[in-house]
Design a protein around this ligand. Structure first.
Ligand SMILES: Cc1cc2nc3c(=O)[nH]c(=O)nc-3n(C[C@H](O)[C@H](O)[C@H](O)COP(=O)(O)OP(=O)(O)OC[C@H]3O[C@@H](n4cnc5c(N)ncnc54)[C@H](O)[C@@H]3O)c2cc1C
Length: 462
């Protein structure tokens, strides 16, 4: 009898786990993958995909408004939330089926059960079975935080529930200043809700470039979203259909719905990590891994959000693929986590890659900033009060472009292409040598001639 039932047991059928299972199986490994909820994981079921569908749907409102300046009259446009939800659910079910089929086609076996580690080679499944595996891959993802327990927390929803609301809230209070909070703020505002964002810090989007933070805040406010900073929700009371959020600054706000999007934690609880001696990273609470995604136990690996490195779908997929190639494909690969492009699908969108101005100035002796804000061509006819921001952060000594930050329509699409140049260590001279494509917003990236600021680090100047 074989020593192990399978060569690889993957815990979690999300972005990373599915990729790892498929690639390992294609390398000839006997693979089993456990999923306790729905195949596809956060991204497909209650993350990137349904979120983007909601963003697209909510943006139609703005397109209808903007159409008037171009001569269109669109009478009687109405929006029906249940139709949106039903069509979204249909698409997510289609994707879930496609994920399931692709895993099975690759030769991996799916078990619809919760898996817990019993010892370094044993998995206990919620259906009562036990499986012996040569390798274990933990790809259990993350889950929303609700923060400190406050009175009335049971009336608060997270992004998970926001995808299944029975009705569009007329008024919604969203606590959080990160990308999920702001994307949902834009979604609900686009569909017509009255949106208030509450954030404890002094400005939204911590970690993003300061110019981006300021610009986006003003754009969201222009679109009618109220942003209250320096405050938290301390209590939530429910009175029938109404909920009241009490804030730390003494104010209270009535709404139909309260949503918290204040961060996510890695799914490490009750996984049996202690049974195998898998260590937690004390700095971020995720599973501690090395550059090969190997945990403190040599035959157990972890990838994706559960490691809390860079919580994005393409990163989880890359990590899963690299793990499978390394362990089963005789092709060792480490994932390069530098210069990962990111987007925030708030409205207007943010696209960002590389260093912020603050990070560059902390790390480089001379930093040059090229920055422009301008009215996009569409706004000249629609009359919309909006501006695009484009910013390049450049190493003043080598001319290398260290970062690029864009706020405006299609920023995410633009930044994906710019990320190739940044990854290739393109210089500002390379950008300048590239012919502009007219008329676009992105042409500004290759036509910014003079720096708007140049910073020389004091130590370097001495
Ligand atoms: C609202 C929202 C919007 C997002 N938008 C974006 C975006 O625009 N772009 C982007 O790149 N990323 C986005 N993300 C992040 C992205 O979804 C995650 O980074 C990605 O899904 C991580 O993949 P993963 O494989 O690590 O984990 P997940 O996709 O979370 O998969 C983990 C799976 O493991 C299962 N599981 C957990 N424990 C067990 C167990 N013990 N046994 C069996 N199964 C288990 C879970 O049910 C889940 O299906 C978003 C996330 C959210 C919440």
């Amino acid at each position: 009898m074989a020593e192990f039932d399978v060569d690889l047991f993957v815990i979690g059928g999300g972005s990373g786990g599915v990729r790892a299972a498929r690639i390992a199986a294609s390398h000839g490994a006997r693979v089993m993958i456990a999923e306790e909820y729905r195949m596809g994981g956060t991204c497909v079921i209650r993350g990137c995909v349904p979120k983007k569908l909601f963003v697209i749907g909510s943006h139609v409102h703005q397109e209808i408004e903007d159409a008037a300046g171009f001569g269109w009259t669109i009478p009687g446009a109405t929006f029906d939330w249940p139709t949106l939800i039903a069509n979204k659910d249909k698409e997510i079910a289609r994707l879930e089926a496609a994920y399931t089929a692709n895993v099975e086609k690759a030769g991996a076996q799916i078990v619809k059960a919760r898996a817990v580690i019993g010892d370094p080679h044993t998995l206990r499944l919620s259906d009562g079975k036990t499986v012996k595996a040569r390798y274990i891959l933990i790809a259990t993802g993350g889950a929303p935080n609700h923060g400190m327990t406050i009175a009335g927390i049971e009336h608060v929803i997270s992004s998970n529930e926001a995808f299944h609301l029975k009705a569009l809230p007329k008024r919604i209070v969203i606590q959080g200043g990160g990308y999920i909070a702001l994307e949902f703020a834009g979604i609900f505002a686009g569909f017509g809700s009255d949106v208030t964002v509450i954030y404890r810090g002094d400005n939204i989007l911590r970690g993003f470039d300061e110019d981006v933070r300021t610009h986006v805040r003003s754009e969201l406010e222009k679109r009618g979203i109220t942003i209250i900073t320096g405050a938290t929700v301390t209590r939530v009371d429910s009175h029938g259909k109404d909920v009241t959020s009490h804030l730390s600054n003494g104010a209270s706000l009535a709404s139909d719905q309260v949503m918290f999007a204040i961060g996510r934690h890695p799914n490490v609880a009750n996984l049996g990590l202690e049974n195998a001696g898998v260590a937690i990273n004390p700095h971020n609470g995720g599973i501690a891994v090395d550059a090969w995604s190997k945990t403190s136990v040599p035959n157990i690996y972890a990838i994706g959000d559960v490691t809390h490195r860079s919580n994005l779908t393409p990163v989880a997929i890359r990590e899963g693929h690299a793990f499978a190639d390394t362990v089963f494909g005789n092709h060792p690969v480490q994932v390069d986590h530098a210069n990962i492009p990111t987007a925030v699908f708030c409205q207007p969108e943010i696209g960002s890659v590389g260093l912020t101005e603050a990070r560059a100035r902390a790390a480089f002796n001379v930093v040059e900033i090229f920055k422009t804000t301008f009215r996009p061509i569409k706004a000249t006819m629609s009359g919309r009060d909006t501006r695009v921001l484009m910013k390049l952060v450049v190493d003043g000594l080598t001319d290398r472009v260290l970062g690029c930050h864009i706020v405006g329509d299609d920023a995410a699409e633009i930044i994906q292409a710019v990320a190739i140049a940044v990854k290739m260590k393109a210089t500002k001279a390379d950008f300048d040598a590239t012919m502009a494509l007219h008329p676009t917003a992105a042409e500004e990236l290759v036509t910014m001639r003079s720096p708007s600021a140049r910073y020389v680090r004091e130590a370097a100047a001495e």
